[in-house]
Design a binder for this molecule. Structure first.
Ligand code: UDP
Ligand code: MG
Length: 328
């Protein structure tokens, strides 16, 4: 069975279309499917739509998070529910084309355990977002000795054992595409051009996108905590240079107090700014350590609809303390 996991936040404009497209596409795959729709605390009638789809089609299951926990949390909640031999994570707005899933399944059947979709280009995104994401993925690539694949999102097929592994990651600022890569297994890609959202507006505000970027960088790059060391070393080198220049000028009788004072106060300003930035980096780590120590739930499920296929096929029968069946 193939599980399709879709995080949905205020997606009532597109959900029905997405469901129909998935069901139609699945006719070519020849597998049983289940569609898992996770409502990430929507304010529109996304949840009512999910309930309606689950009533209509037993292959649809859903859960509603108690508030908006964010895309990554919604994906996590979906991975917890998925029962399939392969699980495909995709966005609810058809920007992750269901037409690509056939190729993913083919590669899975060839023995690949992770098949991730890699963007050749993205249509319709604002230039700023395109540039920032390009930069971000190049940075991640550099930070990981070119091993991290560029321009990937959460759209991927995961073998059941990869899903099992990912469920074991309990970190709070979770970045699934990073953990997916980090966990290893036999991975390959399929290439695609990312189309525009089918209906509705983007749900990723600039703030959410920046948060995701920071989470990804801090999770996958060893550079940020070393930043204070580098800045400190550069500052020391600068101070030594200033000392030499000022000392030399004094020796040659060229020194002007005004000039030296200006240079020094400017240098001090830069150093103060750099120090605060470094403190900010450390604060960011402290925040994350605090979140891990508090260990609050990463998301809260408030409602669920639909029944797992596995629960239907193999009814749970309690065998009693001695192992004897109490059923019938
Ligand atoms: N999403 C979510 N919670 C959020 C924001 C987004 O579950 O807080 C879902 C959204 O419904 C969609 C996917 O994450 O299925 C990607 O969001 P979107 O398409 O708005 O982002 P974009 O493609 O514009 O980057
Ligand atoms: Mg989208």
């Amino acid at each position: 069975m193939i599980s399709l996991v879709l995080p949905c936040y205020n997606e009532s404009a597109v959900l029905e279309l997405t469901y129909n497209t998935l069901v139609n596409a699945s006719k070519n795959w020849g597998d049983t499917i289940e569609i898992i729709l996770v409502d990430d605390g929507s304010h529109d009638d996304t949840w009512e739509l999910i309930e309606g789809l689950a009533r209509r089609d037993r292959r649809v299951r859903g859960c509603k998070l108690s508030r908006n926990f964010g895309h990554q949390a919604a994906v996590g909640a979906g991975l917890e529910m998925a029962d399939g031999d392969a699980v495909i994570v995709l966005d609810a707005d058809l920007q992750d084309p269901p037409g690509l899933i056939g190729e993913m399944l083919q590669k899975w059947r060839q023995g690949y355990e992770v098949v991730y979709a890699q963007r050749r280009k993205r249509v319709g995104d604002p230039a700023f977002k395109r540039v920032m994401t390009k930069l971000f993925y190049r940075l991640l690539e550099r930070a990981n000795n070119s091993a991290f694949p560029r321009d990937v999102g959460d759209f991927a097929l995961l073998d059941a054992k990869v899903v099992q592994t990912l469920r074991g990651f309990k970190e709070h600022a979770v970045f699934w595409r990073g953990l997916r890569w980090w966990s290893g297994f036999k991975q390959t890609n399929v290439l695609f051009d990312r189309p525009e959202r089918a209906r509705g507006e983007t749900k990723y505000t600039l703030r959410k996108l920046a948060q995701l970027g920071i989470d990804g960088l801090l999770a996958l790059s060893p550079l940020p905590p070393r930043l204070p060391l580098y800045v400190g070393a550069a500052t020391l080198a600068l101070a030594a240079g200033c000392t030499l220049v000022c000392g030399g000028a004094k020796l040659l009788g060229q020194a002007s107090i005004d000039w030296a004072t200006l240079l020094l106060s400017l240098a001090l300003l830069y150093v103060a700014g750099a120090q605060l930035c470094c403190l900010g980096v450390l604060g960011e780590y402290l925040n994350r350590i605090y979140a891990e120590v508090r260990n609050r739930p990463r998301w809260i499920v408030s409602q669920a609809v639909g029944e797992a296929l596995s629960a239907r096929q193999t009814p749970q029968v309690w065998t009693g303390p001695g192992g004897q069946s109490l059923a019938g």
